[in-house]
Ligand binder design. Structure first.
Ligand code: ADE
Ligand code: ZN
Length: 325
């Protein structure tokens, strides 16, 4: 439709997108057959999840099948094709090494394999990406600082940020545990982005700001439950990487009407739209804009403003931002 074509042409970035969320079901079935491993469900219903915990378990299985450099490069290239299909000009891409079992202890090789796919994509005119390397909530403080040490020693040019994701409901309060790792990351020039206010309430978002120095919050939607926090996010202009379809599919909110993105936006919070795990959750970026524009009656000016926020919220290099803005 023309509305779709206009949203596709809109200059925008994506700031909350996991490489782990970009597997195609048919490709996973092929890899499983090659590895003589079985999948939990037939390919037609492979991407059906009861909630975040089951979803995260599935990531371990899917990533475990991506055991060769070629598979990682292909997956990375495919992510960039997805970006191009949505008319996205740049993406911050989250990669959580914990999920990639075949690559444990080989972080440099894993990053090089992904980088090969992203570089090939860029050479073919597809959008550029930066990597946000993510801690899993359940990791220890020692494992967290060790990952940061590796990143700061390696200084891989593709890596732009430290991240944390996973289930906040099962891991307890992670702000204090990861504070030292995030402090070291910032000192080494890495940006900081933190999943919070999805499986945790506002307290997770407070910790992300106060203890982890988050430049951006991934999800952050449950900040709406604390007016003082909403005020702080707006005043400090700490952007949120919001993923409405993900929140609906994983059961954070029962309907788009109940989703707080519009209340956050009207309170002056910098909100961006994102797909989180597009292949696994059945989301596209143009679809997220359509969903919200329809549900909340967004004018063209509001849509443009949200898209602009996504570019400003991104960790894209200055020349990429300038090109998109
Ligand atoms: N890893 C991938 N997607 C995630 C999400 N929505 N929340 C937490 N961890 C994730
Ligand atoms: Zn996420």
């Amino acid at each position: 439709s023309t509305a779709q074509a206009r949203l596709r042409a809109l200059p925008k970035a994506e700031v909350h997108l996991h490489l782990e969320g970009c597997f195609e079901a048919t490709l996973l079935a092929q890899w499983a057959a090659l590895e003589q491993r079985s999948l939990p469900r037939p390919v037609e219903t492979l991407f059906q999840f009861s909630g975040l915990s089951e979803f995260l378990e599935f990531l371990d299985l899917a990533c475990g099948l991506a055991a060769t450099p070629q598979r990682l490069a292909d997956l990375s290239y495919g992510l960039c094709q997805r970006l191009a299909a949505d008319g996205t000009g740049y993406a911050d891409v989250i990669v959580n090494p914990t999920h990639w079992h075949a690559w444990h202890g080989r972080l440099p090789a894993m990053l090089d394999a992904m980088d090969a796919g992203f570089s090939a994509a860029e050479q073919d005119g597809l959008p550029p990406v930066g990597l946000c390397i993510s801690l899993l909530r359940t990791q220890s403080a020692e494992a967290a600082t060790e990952l940061v040490e590796q990143l700061t020693t390696l200084r891989h040019p593709r890596v732009v940020a430290l991240s944390v994701d996973g289930n906040e409901a099962t891991a307890g309060r992670t702000g204090p545990r990861f504070a030292e790792a995030f402090r070291r990351a910032a000192a080494a020039g890495l940006r900081r982005t933190v999943h919070a206010g999805e499986s945790s309430g506002p307290e997770g978002v407070w910790d992300a700001v106060n203890l982890l120095g988050a430049d951006r919050i991934d999800h952050g939607v449950r900040a709406i439950e604390d007016p003082a926090l909403v005020e702080l996010l707006a005043a400090r202009r700490i952007p949120l990487g919001i993923c409405p379809t993900s929140n609906l599919v994983l059961g954070v909110y029962p309907s788009i009407a109940a989703h707080p993105i519009e209340r956050l936006r009207q309170a002056g919070v910098a909100v961006s739209l994102n797909t989180d795990d597009p292949a696994l959750l059945g989301a596209s970026l143009v679809g997220e804009y359509q969903l919200c524009a329809n549900a909340f009656g967004w004018s063209d000016a509001v849509v443009r403003d949200v898209a602009r926020t996504s570019i400003e919220a991104s960790f894209a290099p200055a020349q990429t931002r300038a090109r998109l803005l």
